[in-house]
Design a protein around this ligand. Structure first.
Ligand code: BES
Ligand code: ZN
Ligand code: ZN
Length: 499
């Protein structure tokens, strides 16, 4: 879908007009307000008949009876003072979805009608950005392996603004939304690929190709290199699979970079659980267990495209967790790169194992901050469902910075504590630590406590557990109805830009 900026809405030739409506402050008057007086009677009638009241996220399509008159799509934004970027993304998605469902090929959106004197903290640019983000993000499909491809009617939305100067600033925002959408598409495509087609070295090849296109450097540590690096945990997780593990390192290194931000991702291209095998039902979803890796790759590419002034080191640990004669077994002791030993009590807690070596490797770059991203625990899904990701860390300042980035992107995170008791619970009788807790409580935080063991004392570190948000969040209208979401790509990028 193409979104472009234009002037003269009154002369728009598209078959459908998209017009904003707001709910008035006074509760007595439920009629949604619009800058288009010509619709006031119709809007009054729709509200009186309880059909359309301008509620946040709602849309209402009116088909015209003759070819000369355009159709109208009314967009409800709720109360103007409550509108946020998220309202706009949701509306943008609902606009695009409805237009497509109504088989509209090209629509003219009157951006001026989205202006309201009571809008808080939102200017013309934010309006264009949020609406474009929502429309573009929602149009994603994954039909690579379908003989019959998804039919899309909606080809273009033209955003009409008041004057020529505004066209240029709007176009800038549209370019940003396109760049973000491209990054989300990268993350979603990688995550949606099945285990049969995307195994560790294939992920590495794709990362390499993408890196080249984005002028980002890429280094791949294959099995031999992993052995040289003594990455016993990453090798251990991968050794039950016919597809060897690898480490992928991307670098965006601008001249005179001020800070070094390390982004580390879990990429288990398929998590069967290994010898501690998972139940069959829903196991297919474990093709998404590389979403953390996909997210950090996409965020690195996007930050580079947006001219990030910080040096970004992106480290992705990739392995396939399978049970076979060579697989690690509960009781295996792994020797990690940093010298610590791990007793594997459950081969399904493999994400923390591969991240242990990746986190240690990333610290060779002496980063100012490390963020790791992983579909690490089912426990975070129990705690937060698919509504928010869990974050943990060892530095309040860094966590605040992450929250500040998330405030801008409006992606949701909840901070979870790593109490000393959780650290004590992963001590092993036979090795330095074990990979699961002694009891079933606080599973996500014990995952965090485990990772913390591989962070050097003075390194600032944040752990993001996206097990709940990485796929299947149909309630977010700008996410696909099923499959990978790309949740965290925008926040990681914002964090890298702002740090
Ligand atoms: N990849 C899973 C976590 C997961 C579960 C992600 C559900 C998304 C949805 C991870 O490797 C895993 O299996 N973790 C175990 C850890 C346990 C054995 C301590 C879990 O959460 O059950
Ligand atoms: Zn697992
Ligand atoms: Zn896993």
């Amino acid at each position: 879908m193409k979104i472009t900026a234009h002037v003269n809405f009154s002369e728009a030739e598209e078959s459908t007009h998209v017009i904003a409506t707001f709910q008035s402050e006074s509760k007595k008057d439920p009629t949604p307000e619009s800058t288009h007086d010509e619709f006031s009677e119709l809007l009054q009638k729709l509200a009186a008949e309880d059909v359309f009241k301008g509620k946040k996220g709602s849309v209402y399509f009116v088909r015209s009876s003759d070819a000369a008159t355009p159709n109208t799509l009314f967009v409800g934004l709720g109360k103007a003072e409550e509108v946020t970027g998220e309202t706009l993304r949701i509306s943008g998605a609902n606009i695009a979805r409805r237009l497509d469902a109504e088989k509209v090929k090209a629509a003219a959106l009157d951006l001026a009608s989205f202006h309201h004197k009571n809008l808080k903290k939102l200017d013309a640019e934010d309006l264009a950005l949020g609406l474009a983000e929502g429309a573009l993000f929602s149009a994603y499909t994954f039909d690579l392996y379908k003989s019959e491809k998804t039919k899309v009617a909606l080809a273009a939305i033209a955003f009409y603004v008041d004057d020529k100067n505004e066209v240029a600033t709007t176009e800038k925002m549209l370019a940003k939304a396109r760049a973000e959408n491209a990054a989300l598409t990268v993350a979603r495509d990688l995550s949606n690929e099945p285990g049969s087609h995307l195994y560790p070295m294939e992920l590495a090849r794709r990362a390499q190709k993408l890196a080249k296109e984005h002028k980002v450097s890429c280094k791949i540590l294959d099995m031999k290199a992993l052995q040289r690096e003594k990455m016993g945990a990453l090798i251990g997780v991968g050794q039950g699979s016919a597809n060897p593990p690898c480490l992928i390192v991307l670098e965006h290194k601008p001249k005179k970079a001020k800070k070094i931000v390390a982004l580390v991702g879990k990429a288990v291209t398929f998590d069967s659980g290994g010898i501690s095998i998972k139940p069959g039902q829903g196991m297919e979803d474990m093709k998404h267990d590389m979403s953390g890796g996909a997210d950090v790759i996409a965020a690195t590419l996007l930050a580079a495209k947006l001219g990030c002034e910080n040096h970004i080191v992106c480290v992705v640990a990739a392995a396939e967790n399978m049970p076979d004669g060579n697989a690690i077994v509960p009781s295996t002791i792994l020797h990690t790169r940093n010298g610590k030993t791990i007793e594997v009590q459950n081969t399904d807690a493999e994400g923390r194992l591969i991240l242990a070596d990746a986190l240690d490797y990333a610290q060779d770059y002496k980063p100012d901050v490390i963020v790791d991203v992983a579909t690490l625990t089912g426990a975070v899904v129990m705690a937060l469902s698919n509504v928010a990701a869990g974050i943990m860390g060892n530095d309040e300042g860094a966590i605040e910075d992450f929250k500040a980035a998330a405030k801008k992107t409006e992606e949701r995170y909840v901070e979870l504590p790593i109490f000393q008791e959780y650290i004590d619970d992963i001590k092993s009788k036979v090795a330095d630590i074990k990979n699961i807790g002694g009891d079933r409580g606080a599973g996500s935080q014990k995952g965090g406590a485990f990772l913390k063991e591989f962070i050097k004392n003075n390194t600032k570190w944040i752990h993001v557990d996206i097990a709940g948000t990485a796929w299947n969040t149909p309630a977010v209208s700008y996410h696909p109805k099923h499959g990978a979401t790309g949740h965290s790509v925008r926040t990681l990028t914002q964090f890298a830009l702002d740090y």
